[in-house]
Write a protein that binds this ligand. Sequence first.
Ligand code: ADP
Ligand code: MG
Length: 637
Amino acid sequence: METIKPQVIGEKGLDEIARVLDGANVIVHGLDGVISRWTTGCEQLYGWTRQEAVGRVVHNMLATVFPEPLDDIRARVANVGAWWGELAHQHRDGHTVSVASRWVALLPEGRPGLVILQTNSDISDLKETQAGLAAREAHLRSILDTVPEAMVVIDETGTVSSFSAAAEKLFGYPANEVCGRNVKMLMPSPDREAHDGYISRYLTTGERRIIGYGRIVTGLRKDGTTFPMELAIGEALANGKRIFTGFIRDLTSRHRMEDELRQAQKMEAVGQLTGGIAHDFNNLLTVISGNLEMIENRIDDDKLRELLREAQNATTDGAKLTEQLLAFGRRQPLNPKLTDVGKLIADFSDLLRRTLGETIELRTVVKGASNQALVDASQLQNVLLNLALNARDAMPRGGSLTVEISPAKLDLDYVQMYPELRTGDYVLVSVTDSGIGMSAEVKARAFEPFFTTKGPGSGTGLGLSMVYGFVKQSGGHIQLYSEPGQGTSVRFFLPAVHGDRIGGKIAKPAAGDEILRGHEAILVVEDDPRVRRVAVSRLKDAGYQVVEAETAAQALILLAEHPDIALLFTDIAMPGGMTGDELAREVRAMRPDIKILFTSGYAEPRIAGRELARARSWLKKPYTAMELAARLRELLD
Ligand code: ADP
Ligand code: MG
């Protein structure tokens, strides 16, 4: 601040100033603050009259709030000749008057000391506007920090002026790296190049290329990756200039969910078809192999027996195939038991190691104290075997396979992406190889039945589809991670079971390979006459008395007529009227002591989890005479 040399002024001069500037806010006071002149402008601004003011100490009367200590101000006025700054005064009625104040020092004629000429201009309105602006700014800040959607504000040139916290997260830039730069940086080509054109075209023609709601465009993150986003732009006029506010919603997860849903629907459709065919085919196989078996018992010619053997082998292969198809169609009869998945797989690793051969290193890692799930143990081993075979094929020159079992929690976020999944505790099994990996096209189709990239004779395309079906049928979830050259990881989640719940009882294995015989009366219920004929003759061959029925209704009548019937052997799915398990309930009511054995080509979804899932009281079609005989003795003894 430059020094102003105080001018000498007489009392007359001071009076003159006060008179000329009477309408303005002019106060004349000494260094001590005692007021000697008080204009009409001051009366209006502060509410004190001249009579009241003159002689009082100005900063006491106006309860002045100084921006710096009063002594410093006095010193400055004395040394430099002037001071200016903002003061808060109090009006007579108590309200605050903000002023821009200017003090000038004058030398009074004929006496020592200084006089101060204080001129004030009212800046209360300005102050209020500033405070309002600050509040609005704070409000806007809080919106930018909290809106869940990403928000970007740009001006007419495309320069970003605000960038919300959600936008920082979504695009990976901190706000200060974006604000002041052109919004194009958030777009991939070709939008990036075209964007200036969009804005100027809109400004000159009003043609709404970019304004509007719900446009789906592509965003570019700091790390160079892109993502689908929904963009809604609003515009506003500020100081004659347009500003545009963009609200952005990340569509990544919604797109992924739609993909998942489409995939699930496709698999469901293929699964139903496959399951249906396999089911009917199974019945046919039961008939074929049953009849072959009976012929075999009745002929002595070795040549003929040889032919029969071959035919039997073919039915066995056919049965294996239908089993895989049923597994994919989620229709495989499962025998779920409480199983420690970690232990099961660890125990199984010897066999896996042999399957993999010496060039592949197998690592089995079990994490967590409990990895219990209600699953069919032998099918789970089948799954592991299938995955190990795929891994072996993918690592012709060796490598490593890691099987990891650990507890996992699926939360809501995760579950929302997968339409069929529920939140909760799961056992996660991940099988990871260091093999050739899969292209995106192969990955998209890998679970489909009969999809294979392997040459004829080496691949059936049924491995992963069986795995898929099994996991789904067990209430689980499966994911495939794979990149060409980066290896493959198959991860599946099985619903975990906690506590000491005890699973189904374990069956004793049949002794020897002798067919176990019996003499009890058995009621056979089967709608397919050919399947029934096979069952009946097998039972008779094994020594049993047989009563046969085609429908459940007929079975109930026969049961009433034959009090000696010890066991009901019934198909589960029967067209029209009662199903096998409904029949079982009726029979139980009539004869609580009776034993019941179900048979089915697949576990019908309707009854899975009830009677069937509970005990080993069912027999999977096609079954051999030996299996039937063994199961009968298990139930009857
Ligand atoms: P298959 O093994 O008989 O071909 P799968 O259903 O088991 O049938 O697998 C289908 C296809 O998925 C395979 O042909 C192969 O292309 C691919 N695939 C499966 N597992 C792997 C793996 N671990 N690494 C690379 N590709 C795999
Ligand atoms: Mg395979």
